[in-house]
Design a protein around this ligand. Structure first.
Ligand SMILES: [Mg+2]
Length: 186
């Protein structure tokens, strides 16, 4: 089960066009039948989602089913919940990848919260997750949930580490620019 916006693509409203996350097509190819029955489940409107999906997978070779906003449950707080129990699939064999954790809170154990993507060309998150997902199938895991939990802990740690090192780089650059400014004024 895959989310669309900021998971597989990002729509630039100002430019009125969307971009594919790096590795998006390879991700779909690597995980499609016979690995997974890929479903895109988006909280976006059907018109918008079909516009993108008809470009992404025009012949429906990879994404077998499409679920839209009308298939979500809307909470009083306005959160669109993706309730996996309504899909008629075995939850011990179902994984959702979404950049917003609240969206899959009804089956939190089945979900991987992928880093939000808005255009970084160096992003490799889909490769990382594809590797994990293929491994789950190759290993013939009986219930995906405990394995998803283990992966997630590791994945979240990685993201934290990345954020910390990015913050450290920014700080170093800031320090350098202060030093350079200092030198320039000497
Ligand atoms: Mg999203």
């Amino acid at each position: 089960m895959l989310d669309l916006d900021e998971t597989l693509v990002h729509f630039e409203a100002a430019e009125r066009k969307f971009r594919l996350r790096p590795g998006c097509l390879a991700f779909l190819r690597a995980l499609a039948h016979p690995y997974f029955e890929i479903v895109v489940f988006t909280a976006a409107s059907q018109d918008y989602a079909d516009f993108i999906l008809n470009v992404l997978d025009p012949d429906r070779n990879f994404i077998l089913h499409r679920l839209y906003r009308q298939h979500t449950l809307v909470t009083d707080e306005g959160i669109y919940l993706k309730d996996l129990s309504r899909l008629g699939r075995d939850l011990s064999k179902t994984i959702i990848v979404d950049n917003i954790r609240e969206n899959f809170e009804k089956q939190d154990a089945n979900g991987i919260e992928i880093k939000t993507w808005i255009g970084d060309p160096h992003d490799r998150e889909l490769d990382v997750i594809a590797g994990f997902l293929r491994g789950v199938v190759d290993a013939g895991v009986k219930d995906v949930r405990p394995i998803v939990k283990m992966f997630r802990e590791q994945y979240e740690k990685e993201l934290q580490r990345e954020e910390q090192s990015a913050a450290a780089v920014t700080e170093e650059m800031a320090n350098k620019s202060i030093r350079t400014k200092g030198k320039a004024s000497v």
